[in-house]
Design a protein around this ligand. Structure first.
Ligand code: 2NL
Length: 341
């Protein structure tokens, strides 16, 4: 075969191999096969020196033409392979900028504190001022000023958290009201929401850190009738206008007389059911007329002043409000539970 035939056949073979290359690597292999240092066309060009002048002229022209053609086919194929790769990356990495953005997870008010806010609002509506106090209290404010006798069982280390000599994690929010009375003269009309701590073994109705809201009203003519009217109005506003109330005699060291307030059962309306243990009533709070010994401790005149006070377990009330049967669920911090409220 003469050089011209070989050039023509190389042109045909190269053309179809370049067109068939599916990747840049395959294309490069084809280029080397024809145009590399030991490539077919390179060898043919080298053979030009071995042929006669007639054939050399003709074959030289043809070989160079084929060489240029292969170069331009390779360049063209490289362009289209790159273009195809770019198009397919555009398709697979496409970004729809019209999609709505992803919202970050936003926190929310815990059910206990949502109830706390509601309770505070109701008493603010009746003229009470919200006040807060420290969770670490003096033993004096937490117990002595509230007429707890020296040997009272709740003062025991087994029932309260003592944090150094004379200090305790408050077991109720009453000591904040002691601070208010020490700091200002009557009339006093405050509500105190806050966290309290008792050394209880957790169960369905007890957690170690719980929440209370207490109220205190002291003036020159506050009566038990004021207490009953205020708390009955509160119960109807918070639990609904159909709610009936009853005051049951009770004992607290810091009030005399003392009572517990029950409301007609929210579930059965008073007929008796599982939730009210067939009694028809639910216990909601403790209350009473401020004990004169408490007035002595804060320097108020026991002869001319009277006052009423009450205290409510907010966790308990939140359980009633939302139909929760185990207090510990509120503080397990399981979002599958908390997201329901
Ligand atoms: C309950 C009972 C009560 C009070 C809290 C109080 C505060 C002062 C003086 C007198 Cl400074 N009393 N607070 C009174 C009666 C009951 O709480 O069972 N709470 C969950």
């Amino acid at each position: 075969m003469d050089l011209c035939d070989e050039a023509t056949s190389a042109r045909r073979a190269a053309t179809s191999e370049i067109a068939a290359a599916k990747t840049l690597d395959e294309l490069e292999a084809a280029r080397v096969k024809y145009l590399g240092r030991k490539g077919l066309l390179t060898l043919l060009l080298r053979n030009l020196g071995k042929v006669g002048p007639e054939e050399r002229k003709e074959a030289g022209r043809l070989l160079n033409e084929v060489k240029q053609e292969i170069l331009s086919l390779v360049a063209g194929r490289e362009d289209s392979l790159k273009q195809a790769a770019y198009s397919s990356s555009l398709a697979s990495e496409s970004l729809d900028v019209t999609l709505p953005g992803r919202r970050g997870a936003i926190g929310r008010v815990h059910p206990t504190l949502a109830v706390m806010d509601e309770l505070v609002d109701i008493f603010v509506g009746m003229g009470f001022t919200p006040v807060e106090g420290p969770e670490i209290e003096t033993e004096y404010n937490n117990f002595d000023a509230l007429n707890f006798p020296a040997g009272h069982p709740s003062r025991d280390e087994h029932d309260s958290f003592y944090v150094g000599e004379g200090y305790v994690l408050r077991t109720h929010t009453s000591p904040a009201q002691i601070r208010v009375m020490q700091a200002q003269q009557p009339p006093v009309r405050v509500v105190v929401p806050g966290r309290c701590h008792r050394r209880d073994t957790p169960d369905a109705s007890h957690v170690v850190s719980f929440h209370q809201i207490e109220g205190l009203f002291v003036d020159y003519d506050v009566s038990m009738a004021d207490l009953k009217g205020t708390l009955a109005a509160f119960a109807r506003e918070f639990f609904g206008p159909e709610t009936r109330v009853r005051f049951r005699p009770h004992y607290f060291p810091f009030t005399e007389p003392s009572a517990e307030l029950d409301i007609s059962c929210l579930v059965c309306g008073g007929k008796g059911c599982r939730v009210c243990k067939n009694s028809g009533w639910l216990e909601v709070l403790g209350c009473g007329m401020v004990h004169p010994n408490v007035f002595d401790h804060v320097g108020y005149d026991r002869a001319s002043l009277t006052g009423f006070a009450f205290g409510m377990g907010v966790d308990r009330v939140a359980m009633l409000r939302y139909g929760i049967n185990d207090m510990r669920l509120l503080y397990d911090n399981d979002l599958r539970f908390l997201d329901q409220f």
